[in-house]
Write a protein that binds this ligand. Structure first.
Ligand code: CAA
Length: 286
């Protein structure tokens, strides 16, 4: 199985940045592609901060951090991904944007064996594959936030993904990045979000219905079920815009009330409250 030596990541936000970080830490040359210079600068500074945090926490040495930094390159031009063995798309959870990007990647990435992957958590991989002329090389490779900390990757082949693509992507996530992998069918939400999202939406409904305070809902799940964080704080971490987009995709797929976003979630987005990334969601962040 040929190793991935040159990785491209499109989108340098919390997911894309995290994926780029674990790739560079695993010795892979990484190009992060962002939409403009300002976003690239912000992505780079978040990434450097996370690497420094890893050093503070004793997870990597200063020399390893410096080496990882030297393997990370930033661009605003998709065409710079031409020589990549694998490109992972980690842009906003917007089907139209993703379809356009996959069509562009298909034209730009020259190696016909290269894998075009998506970190989507809810958009069908088959649709993304359909935007390319190489659906056998398209696969879902879904990471969890924060990527350097959480040890799981969901692998999601579509009906058209070749088995050698699945094997290579599994070896990349498992052997190269050192993550545990699970394999899911190409159904919106895959395994983890299909279980997680209804739970997060239920917590928002509970708050909206005035059953309990945000603090008590979260405390209930942290102390009562030993979760590392409660559902409202976790929603803030995921990003309320991302959570809403995932819920909408899942609702479109299954038409079940459990996936319907509660009005409070939409009202918070209308008010510009997207969670931790904007400094305010169910909680306020510095
Ligand atoms: N690099 C490497 N390791 C790091 C690190 C970094 N940059 N930053 C932190 N760590 C390590 C720490 O060393 C620590 O490891 P040990 O347990 O071995 O000591 C561990 O990560 C926890 O770090 P902290 O002590 O700093 O933080 P914490 O204890 O407050 O935990 C948290 C923070 C990791 C976010 C934790 O609360 C958590 O796991 N929350 C749940 C997150 C979750 O459920 N994410 C999934 C979201 S869903 C998703 O992502 C999918 C989707 O599509 C929506």
């Amino acid at each position: 199985m040929t190793k991935i030596e040159r990785l491209g990541v499109v989108g340098g936000g919390q997911m894309g940045g995290g994926i780029a970080e674990v790739g560079a830490r695993a010795g892979i040359d990484v190009i992060v592609c962002e939409v403009n210079a300002e976003a690239a600068r912000a992505g780079r500074s978040r990434l450097w901060k996370s690497l420094n945090r890893g050093v503070e926490k004793g997870k990597l040495t200063e020399a390893e951090r410096d080496e990882a930094q030297s393997r990370l390159h930033f661009t605003t031009t998709v065409a710079d991904l031409e020589d990549r063995d694998m490109v992972i798309e980690a842009i906003a959870e917007d089907e139209g944007l993703k379809l356009g990007l996959f069509a562009e990647l298909d034209k730009v990435v020259s190696d016909p064996e290269a894998i075009l992957a998506s970190n989507t958590s809810s958009i069908p991989i088959a649709k993304l594959a359909g935007a390319t002329k190489r659906p056998q090389r398209v696969i879902g490779v879904h990471f969890f936030n924060p990527v350097p900390v959480l040890n799981l990757v969901e692998l999601v082949p579509s009906l058209l993904t070749a088995e050698d693509t699945v094997e290579r992507a599994t070896a990349f996530a498992g052997e190269q990045l050192g993550k545990e992998t699970i394999r899911a069918k190409d159904r919106s939400g895959f395994i983890v979000n299909a279980l997680l999202v209804p739970y997060l939406l239920s917590a928002i409904r509970m708050l909206e219905g005035g059953f309990a305070t945000a603090e008590d809902i979260d405390k209930g799940m942290v102390l009562g079920c030993a979760h590392p964080m409660g559902p409202l704080r976790l929603s803030d971490l995921v990003g309320l815009d991302t959570l809403k987009a995932i819920a909408d995709s899942m609702y479109a797929e299954y038409a079940e009330p459990t996936y319907a976003a509660p009005p409070l979630l939409q009202r918070m987005l209308d008010a510009g409250l997207k969670g931790k990334k904007t400094g305010k969601g169910f909680y306020t962040y510095e």
